[in-house]
Every structure is written in C-alpha cells, then in structure tokens.
Design a protein around this ligand. Structure first.
Ligand code: GAL
Length: 349
C-alpha cells in the first residue's frame, strides 16, 4: 500500500513519541516499581526509588498505617580516636527518619522528623553526638506520639535515654530531654506497650552488663520509678520485645559493637519476670551470627494474629549508610520462637 507524505510524517512522529516515552518514562517507572516481597539484605528502595534510610528502627501502627522510624545514616563513615579500642565507627548524626506504609513492602519517606542540631556543639542532639534506636509509642490519653531513643556522647559515656513528642506520627517531634532512667546508665533500648496500655522501657544498663525493664509513667514521658534488673551480667544489647498468647518474648544480641554475634532469646509469663533465657532463635546459614544482623524490633502484623516479623540491621561498620535490613518471619515452638533465614518471602494472604 502506498502511503502519502503526511501519513509517513504522522507515523514517524508517533515512532519518535513512542521512543521518547520509552526513554523518559520506563526508568522512572522501574525506579518506583512497587515491591511485592521482602528480600533480606538487598537494597530496599522507598516509593521515590531512594534506598530506605531508617536503621536501628521500630514501627508504630496507627490508624491503619505503619510508620517506620529509624536512624538516618548518611555521609562519610569514620573511626573517632576515642572509640578506636572497640571499633566504634560513626557518621555525623542527621536525625530520625519516618516512612509510612500500608502493606509493609512499599514505604513512603515522610521526612527527617527529629533533625540533629547543627550549630550548638553543647546540645545533646548536636550532629557530633549519638541518636540511636528510635521507637515511637502513641499515648491514647494525651494523644501524643512519644519517641524514645538512645542519646549519647560520641564515646557513649553519657548513656542516656531521650524523649521527644509530636501531635502527629509524621512529626515534627519536639525534643523534651534525656536522662539516666531510674538513675541508671542506658544505651541500647526499646519500648513495649502492653495490651493494658502500660508501656515499658527495656534498656542495656550497668555499662551494658545488665538489662533494666522500667515501667513508664501513664503519659509515657518518664520512668515511673518501678523497674527490675534482668539477665544480670549477660551483656545483652539490641532488645526487641513482643507478646504472643499471653507470653512475653525477647530477642537481643550479645555486646560486640557493630560486629554481629549470636542472638539471644528469652520468654516470661509476666513482664517483670522471671525471664527464662532460651537458645539462639536463628536457623539457617550464618545463624550463629544472626545472619550477619542485629535485632532492632519485632513487629506484630496487624489483623494477622500470630504473625510477627523480626526487623534486624545488617550493619556495614566501614560504610554505615550501606547497612541493610533483614526482615524475617518469626515462628513459635513449644519452648519459644525461631527465625528461619529466607532469601525472599511474603506474608500469607
Ligand atoms: C552496637 C549497638 C548499636 C550501636 C553500635 C555502636 O552494639 O547495638 O546500636 O550503638 O554498637 O558501635
């Protein structure tokens, strides 16, 4: 069939438009393609295509949305002289990231909800200091979102827990201050809210040797004064606490800085104990070093009773911003719980 000049030019315009659309649009689509699986240890991108930057984090589920809070690790990694003996590398502190999601696979960046202080070197949140392991609770009575974290000096000698509040889960959070809970040192920590609304701070205390469990005041802003010492002399860090069928479970790490070690687990019928220590819950390749990770949170999946996800950090101590996330399913046994390695996995529908 013969085509006219104008038909030919329409065809070539369409061809040019299609090629341009392909070049311009496909990579953008590819970058923001939605995730349908967990891929532990792989780079995990947010909805804009940037790697998720929320380390040592925890999750709040509020009004059918999951909010993931974590340490922003960016910039150059270096080893301050004062930390040389134990390999305590760091990046300049940037603040606390918040991401939101409804399906747990796809996360939208909501911003730096508690930025480090840039200009006052004496401020506890100055960029030269430490802001780690942020965890957020919602207080139904005060309608406040309460962020707890580990606040420290560069050499980790201050050993404080810090508190910030916001009227929105997306921040911004206002820094309230930091202190030694119950007068005791506080480094790695988490918070746990029980079904009765009472909330507890679990923190590595006594120079990391012994963990403390401290009941918070009803507004979640301070320790109430009631606390117990647990796992005496066991040097546990990275606590993650969850509750299943009336029993309390804890996963934690040993105390070797950024380097991975064998995970710990424990169970109790009351949050006050006695806590019975169990075995390393990890199963599969590199289970003896927590799959090269360290626990940070165990997430109860909403509307799926009995479904829990271990969130762990695979730290890269020489390039902290390239630290990865290991999200793995938790399964229950007669005695306790296990975490089995998976290369890729999804939640059952
Ligand atoms: C780990 C701790 C991390 C961080 C790191 C610093 O033991 O779990 O949160 O504080 O040490 O080296």
């Amino acid at each position: 069939m013969k085509t006219t000049k104008s038909q030919q030019s329409i065809v070539s315009m369409i061809a040019v438009a299609l090629i341009a659309w392909h070049i311009l649009c496909i990579p953008a689509w590819a970058a923001t393609a939605s995730h349908t699986e967990f891929k532990p240890g792989e780079i995990w991108t947010d909805t804009s295509g940037a790697p998720i930057n929320a380390h040592g984090g925890g999750i709040l589920y509020h009004d059918k949305v999951y909010y993931w809070y974590g340490e922003i690790k960016s910039g150059k990694t270096w080893l301050p002289e004062i930390n040389r003996s134990w390999g305590g590398t760091r990046v300049e502190t940037t603040g606390i990231a918040c991401y939101s999601s409804q399906d747990l696979y796809n996360w939208k960046y909501e911003g730096n909800v508690l930025p480090a202080v840039q200009d006052d070197p004496n401020h506890e949140l100055h960029k030269s200091k430490v802001m780690e392991r942020p965890k957020v609770l919602y207080n139904a009575a005060t309608k406040q979102f309460v962020l707890w974290m580990h606040v420290d000096s560069q050499d980790y000698a201050l050993s404080h827990a810090g508190v910030a509040t916001s009227s929105s889960p997306k921040g911004p959070f206002r820094y309230v201050g930091s202190f030694r809970p119950d007068g005791a040192m506080s480094r790695d920590m988490t918070v746990f809210m029980d079904e009765d609304g009472k909330a507890y701070l679990f923190h590595a205390s006594e120079n990391n040797a012994t963990m403390h469990i401290s009941l918070l005041t009803d507004d979640y802003l301070k320790p109430s004064g009631r606390f117990v010492r647990v796992f005496e002399g066991r040097s546990m860090e990275a606590p993650a606490v969850f509750k299943h069928q009336g029993r309390y479970y804890l996963m934690a790490s040993g105390c070797t800085g950024w380097a991975p070690n064998e995970a710990r687990s424990a169970v109790a019928d009351s949050i006050w104990g006695p806590w019975k220590e169990l075995d390393n819950p990890c199963r599969g390749p590199e289970a003896e070093v927590t799959f090269r990770g360290q626990s940070t949170y165990v997430l109860p999946v909403a509307d799926k009773p009995g479904t829990f996800i271990l969130m762990a950090d695979r730290w890269n101590q020489n390039d902290l911003p390239d630290s990865r996330y290991l999200w793995l399913p938790v399964t229950f046994t007669d005695k306790g719980f296990e975490v089995h390695w998976q290369t890729t996995w999804r939640l059952n529908n």
